[in-house]
Design a protein around this ligand. Structure first.
Ligand SMILES: [Zn+2]
Length: 190
């Protein structure tokens, strides 16, 4: 019998669980003891190479955008060195759904509903286990449920860009990234 996955709430096959555990293991390796800034996305990326903590030579998709926005250069560095640098800076990345969205889960309203369903367990995980000093939302897919996210008890502030998400995968990402780095340069909690 298929049970819901405890990382995403979707019905889980053995393969799904194996993939979740693999990503969890990769991420845990570079989890800072004290998380300064928690970067919170919506769904773990579909492609393994887009997942920040996946081992490999290059960073693609979300991982590449994120490193670029944070000003962490990857040129001439091994993935391990980049991961270590990200960790030393006190960054940790996680997603509301710790697994990719299932192929038949649909888009739009259905995805937003799945996200909304996971908000309470995620808030508990952030408050009790991850305990960051601040949270930055990195995914446009969280836009439609921003009010719900802001209403959660996270135990720390959510850093916003003039009341909105940092759209660093949007068209004006250079400016957005600059504002993000500026916001993160301030001590957490202010
Ligand atoms: Zn899952």
């Amino acid at each position: 019998m298929a049970l819901p996955c405890d990382g995403c709430g979707q019905t889980a096959s053995a393969e799904h669980i194996a993939r979740r555990l693999q990503r969890l293991e990769w991420a845990t390796r570079y989890r800072p003891v004290h998380i300064n800034t928690l970067l919170l996305g919506a769904f773990s990326p579909q492609e393994e190479r887009d997942f920040l903590y996946a081992p490999g030579e290059e960073f693609h998709g979300e991982a590449a955008l994120l490193l670029d926005a944070l000003g962490i250069s990857t040129a001439g560095k091994t993935a391990d060195a980049v991961h270590a640098e990200f960790q030393r800076a006190g960054f940790f990345l996680t997603h509301v759904l710790e697994c990719p969205l299932g192929k038949n889960a649909g888009q739009g309203a259905e995805a937003a509903a799945l996200l909304a369903q996971r908000l309470q367990p995620v808030a508990t995980r952030i408050r009790r286990s991850l305990k960051p000093k601040r949270v930055v939302l990195i995914s446009q897919a969280l836009g439609p449920i921003l009010e719900k996210v802001l209403a959660l008890e996270l135990g720390c502030p959510v850093v916003l860009d003039n009341g909105k998400l940092f759209e660093f995968d949007g068209p004006r990402r250079e400016n957005t990234s600059a504002r993000l780095r500026e916001a993160l340069a301030r001590p957490a909690g202010n």
